[in-house]
Design a protein around this ligand. Structure first.
Ligand code: BTN
Length: 275
């Protein structure tokens, strides 16, 4: 049986009238995989939200897996991507960055330290990863919009003692970043509800001003001004991060002072530059 807290959270989300299918499952292999399968089988009303208490084979970016324990909020949204003026459709412009920004803004409502986005969409608090995002796009036959599966894992109240050593070293949980008196306010339900509210507000902002994220990015970026190393399809680029361009590509100024633009890649390391 669902707890009252969970029922209230689901009622609030359903009351927003955005999702046409909302499920909170006990255990799935991966919320991304499950939703992608339902979309391919055309067996689900969109937009859809799937949340799970446990994932047996959570997927990360690239070849990574997503390690999780109880207290991790894991969910995926399946949303048509296309003309944002069409109801329930979202713009594809800078989508990964917009998702990271929405999580950072949501977590800022809980954390005493500022959450920052590590390009393109991981969220960090005090130098440690608190959230990972995996976006997959499912094309559909002509005249139908593509569907984005937006998978988000947020460490809300996670105990990392049994985690692999690299996760113990590099990850953090939101409950350790709030004022002591507010620890009880951090639950998977409260963070999910806060995120969905923020997400909807930011879709509205996107419709009103498609350039808003480019203006906000420098304030929420973990990497701007830092030395970074980025792996991408053409190799590895290193240098000072100058921010992003209008397409969301990260800008890296190398030792020859040339600026390299990387649209898709992984930031392998970063460190503060002496100014
Ligand atoms: C990463 O940091 O590499 C991305 C991690 C994404 C994890 C989330 S948890 C919910 C959703 N389902 C998955 O299998 N993965 C994403």
């Amino acid at each position: 049986m669902k707890s009252l807290v969970r029922q209230f959270a689901l009622d609030e989300i359903e009351g927003l009238g955005y999702f046409r299918d909302v499920v909170w499952a006990e255990s799935v292999d991966s919320t991304n995989k499950q939703l992608a399968q339902s979309v391919r089988q055309d067996s689900i009303a969109l937009p859809a939200l799937l949340v799970a208490d446990e994932q047996t084979t959570g997927v990360g970016r690239g070849i990574n897996q997503w390690w999780s324990n109880s207290g991790c909020l894991m969910f995926s949204m399946a949303i048509p991507v296309g003309d944002p003026e069409q109801s329930s459709c979202i713009s594809s412009d800078l989508l990964p960055l917009r998702v990271g920004f929405a999580v950072a803004e949501c977590l800022a409502g809980f954390s005493v330290a500022k959450p920052l986005v590590k390009w393109p969409n991981d969220v960090y608090i005090v130098g440690r990863k608190v959230c990972g995002v995996l976006i997959e796009v499912i094309p559909r036959p002509l005249a139908q919009t593509a569907i984005a599966i937006i998978g988000i894992g947020i460490n809300c109240r996670v105990d990392f003692r049994n985690a692999p050593i690299d996760i113990q070293t590099n990850a953090t949980s939101l409950h350790t970043c709030v004022k002591k008196a507010s620890v009880e306010s951090v639950s998977t339900e409260s963070v999910l509800v806060a995120f969905i509210h923020r997400w909807l507000e930011l879709q509205q902002r996107q419709r009103e001003d498609p350039k808003w994220l480019l203006k906000c990015w420098p304030k929420c970026s973990l990497l701007d001004g830092h030395w970074i190393e980025v792996k991408h399809s053409a190799g590895i680029s290193q240098g000072r991060c100058l921010g992003i361009n209008g397409s969301g590509a990260i800008l890296i100024q190398n030792e020859q002072l040339e600026v390299v633009e990387v649209l898709a890649g992984t930031v392998r390391s970063y460190r503060l530059l002496q100014s």
